[in-house]
Design a protein around this ligand. Structure first.
Ligand code: NAP
Ligand code: MG
Length: 483
């Protein structure tokens, strides 16, 4: 191994004093923080230290009823009557406040989620602001969305988001819903409620009319109450395929419309003519970004057989340089796993890789003693029948398969119940187009990976979900066309 491995970095911690975390949070209903009628609370912790951050209100039926009623009231009395350009002004205001308060949001997200500050600061929060800017521009141009001259909002949208990109998923949900004229009740994940609650304060700061955005906290049972509420017009969900299926069943036969962004098992395909060093960066970004807690992660690496040895050697050399540890340190690449439960799922699936005969490799690294951690891991000798090739691990674990011909790459890439993302690495533009045309994946990157833009639709085929988020396509999930 080269000397480069001996680099030492001085600690460069971001300050947690930048955020003011309250000891307790209520539910944000009708423009105000209120105590839960349930009288119940739960805690959220910092998964990198297991330290308790705050006590959070737990919403039950009476609370859900109040939140949906607030959203309905705001929809009929205020939001649907407001001139679209005025709605746009509120979205611009929210976007600007998010930009002004980026550092505060980034620190809070890192503390509550465990992801590195470098990512929250450079990706999560700037992209969240970008989604509000982008959709602010749409508010008064909806007749150009391709849905007829006078598309109409659904009404009350219930939005349920996961813990992997809490603030970014909030923006993906709330920005298009409001631009299209809907009002919302959003439920963040149990382990990461804090940035959504700070966003509630941003709504107050922007002077958003009461009830247009309601944030209620709780767990899966709270989410289920929201989905099943009779006065809801639209359900937007991001999370596991299992819960997505349960939601689809729950709303079947009702008038509720749904957008479901579910899991993935993305194939990252490296052809023999690819620029290897660039591909290595893309593979690392594809699976280790956000600890691999990414639905569109490039979690199945498909390498053309004749370059396997060279590529794997370079990949291991690169993984040796990944810095794991304190997510608040600006030098950290890989942070904490979001929860003990997720760590358990990752361990169990990775262990199945050992049992089923794949070969495990991890760099030698010291993991912190408190908190939840998993080293970057690659499995070689993976066959298509292995669980680690079929199931979403949602952690920093890469399954490596090989192929000999482009046709075999396509067949292996498409051999999955999912269809969210894929990557193609080759020197030839014609091969990119040939491959992309044959892949059954909603998002395909070529010679790059994990690039996001609010103007670009995101979503999948098969068990990866229904509908798209972002761009003009995403707006159609919040608008009823003239026909
Ligand atoms: P999950 O259970 O699907 O949770 C996603 C959201 O849905 C959370 O807000 C959750 O609440 C809520 N929820 C849970 N059960 C519900 C129900 N019956 N009705 C309505 N809402 C419900 O996902 P998870 O447990 O956090 O993660 C499990 C697996 O899901 C991961 O290993 C990963 O494979 C996958 N996942 C995928 C994505 C993605 O972006 N596609 C994101 C996260 C997870 P609570 O969290 O408060 O319980
Ligand atoms: Mg937390």
């Amino acid at each position: 191994m080269s000397n480069v491995n001996k680099f030492e970095y001085a600690p460069a911690p971001e300050s947690s004093a930048l955020v003011d975390i309250k000891s307790e949070y209520g539910l944000f209903i009708n423009g105000k923080f209120v105590a839960p009628k349930s009288g119940k609370t739960f805690i959220t912790i910092n998964p990198a230290t297991e330290e308790v951050l705050s006590k959070i209100a737990y919403a039950e039926l009476a609370d859900v009823n109040l939140a949906v009623a607030a959203a309905r009231g705001a929809f009929t009395k205020t939001w649907s009557k407001m001139p679209p350009a005025e709605r746009g002004k509120y979205l611009f205001k929210i976007a600007r406040i998010l930009q002004e308060r980026t550092r505060e949001f980034a620190v809070l997200e890192t503390l509550d989620n465990g992801k590195p500050i470098r990512e929250t600061r450079d990706t999560d929060i700037p992209l969240a602001a970008a989604h509000f800017f982008y959709h602010a521009g749409w508010a008064d141009k909806l007749s150009y969305a391709g849905l007829g001259q006078n598309p109409k909002p659904y009404g009350v949208a219930v939005q349920i988001i996961p813990w992997n990109f809490p603030m970014l998923m909030l923006a993906w949900k709330i920005a298009p819903a409001l631009a299209a004229g809907n009002t919302v009740v959003l439920k963040p994940a149990e382990t990461t409620p804090l940035t959504a609650l700070l966003f509630a304060e941003v709504c107050q700061q922007a002077g958003l009319p009461a009830g247009v955005v309601n944030i209620i906290t709780g767990d899966g049972a709270t989410g289920s109450l929201l989905v099943n509420h009779p006065d809801v017009d639209k359900v937007a969900f991001t999370g596991s395929t299992g819960v997505g299926k349960a939601i689809a069943k729950a709303i079947a036969g009702s008038k509720k419309s749904a957008t479901l962004e579910l899991g993935g098992k993305g194939a990252n395909i490296v052809f023999e003519d690819a620029a290897i060093d660039e591909a290595v960066e893309g593979i690392v970004n594809g699976i280790f970004f956000n600890q691999g807690h990414v639905c569109c992660a490039g979690s199945r690496l498909l390498i053309q057989e004749n370059i396997q040895d060279e590529l794997l050697e370079k990949l291991k050399e690169r993984i040796n340089l990944i810095r794991i540890g304190n997510p608040m340190d600006k030098n950290t690449d890989l942070g904490a796993i979001n929860s003990a439960a997720q760590l358990g799922r990752i361990k169990a699936l990775a262990d199945s890789g050992d049992i089923e005969g794949a070969m495990r490799w991890s760099p030698s690294c010291t993991l912190p003693t408190a908190g939840f951690w998993y080293p970057p891991t690659i499995f070689t000798g993976v066959s298509q029948s292995h669980r680690i090739a079929r199931e979403e691990i949602f952690g920093p674990v890469l399954s490596v398969l090989t192929f000999r011909t482009p046709q075999e790459a396509i067949e292996k890439a498409n051999n999955t119940p999912f269809g969210l993302s894929a990557g193609i690495w080759t020197d030839k533009g014609s091969k990119i187009l040939w491959t992309a045309k044959r892949l059954r994946a909603g998002v395909i990157w070529a010679n790059t990976f994990n690039k996001f833009d609010p103007a670009s639709p995101f979503g999948g085929y098969k068990e990866s979900g229904w509908g798209r988020e972002g761009g003009r396509h995403g707006l159609s999930g919040y608008l009823k066309g003239d026909n």
